[in-house]
Each structure stands twice: as C-alpha cells, then as structure tokens.
Design a protein. Structure first.
Length: 177
C-alpha cells in the first residue's frame, strides 16, 4: 500500500514521536488524511500504512471510493476492532489526540487494550500537518475566496434592516455549486 503524501508526513511524525501508530477519530482529520468524506469512521495509521475502520452502513460506498487504506468493518465495537488492528500490526504505543476523544471513548479504548497497548498523548499531530498548505490547497482556498466575494457582491444590495437571514439564504442557494 503506497501512502498518500499526507499519510507519509503523518508516518514521519509517528516515528518522531516514538509511536507505533496513531488513532484519528475526528471526522475532519480523517477526511483531510484520506481525501474521502468520513462518516462514523476512524483511521488507524501505523508506520506501514493505514486502516480505515467503519461500520456496515458505509462499507460498500467506501469500497468504491477510498484507495490506499486497508478497509476494516466493525460490527459490534469500534474499540474492539481498533485494538484488534493494533494487535495485528504489532502496535504497543498508540498515539491518541486526547482533545478529540471523549472520556468514555478513552476508557473504552483502554479497556480493550488488554494493557498490552499503551495509549500515549499525540495531541495536535494532524493539526500540525493541516496548518501547512500545499499548492493544491492554496489553489482551492483562492477559488473559495473568489466564490465568496461573488456571493457577497450578489447579496450586498439585499442586506438591509428587516431582511431575514432565511431570505438571504434562499437567494444564495442556487449560487454555490
């Protein structure tokens, strides 16, 4: 499995943090790293590649659209499946972003780790990657700015006291692709 450039950078961060893997459970971070819309999915990235873990509702859709990741379906517990993947990959030190996990999620991961896998803080490791923009991201940002300026120019004459937000929204609905 050939990692994407973003996953490659995360793998480098994993090595620098002396981790075996990192667990990504924040929807926007999963989407950023995979380039694929994440719905109820977690990403486990080891030094060798990534596991995209989701339930049966999305499995067929993900099979069609996601490339470069081992697709793992969980049936009863995502926590059990994450730890099974960790065991299979030989993970002993699993990085987690404590800001993205609820206390309940952390407790459940810990319970399924069988004390063989240490949960290690890896706060902000994806944030650091997302902060640096590549040429493609900069191009998209510029396009978004241009589109939003056009939208503002379209609605500016309508922005007056007494105009409801819903009316502005209706006027913009057909504008954005």
């Amino acid at each position: 499995m050939t990692p994407t450039p973003r996953i490659g950078k995360l793998i480098s961060a994993i090595s620098l943090l002396d981790l075996d893997a990192v667990l990504i459970n924040h929807e926007m971070d999963v989407r950023y790293l995979t380039g694929y819309p994440a719905h109820d999915a977690w990403l486990l990235v080891t030094r060798r590649g990534g596991f995209y873990i989701t339930d049966g509702r999305y499995i067929e859709e993900v099979k069609k659209g996601l490339r470069g990741f081992a697709l793992i379906q969980f049936k009863d517990s995502i926590f059990r499946k994450v730890m099974a993947c960790c065991a299979k990959a030989g993970v002993c030190r699993l990085g987690v972003d404590e800001r993205r996990l609820t206390v309940e999620q952390y407790k459940r991961l810990k319970a399924f780790s069988n004390k063989k896998i240490s949960l290690v803080p890896a706060n902000g490791c994806v944030d650091a990657l997302r902060a640096l923009k590549g040429p493609d991201e900069l191009k998209l940002i510029r396009q978004a700015i241009k589109l939003n300026l056009k939208a503002y120019r379209l609605i500016k004459p309508r922005l007056k006291p007494g105009v409801r937000e819903i009316d502005i929204l209706h006027h913009l609905e057909g504008f954005y692709p």
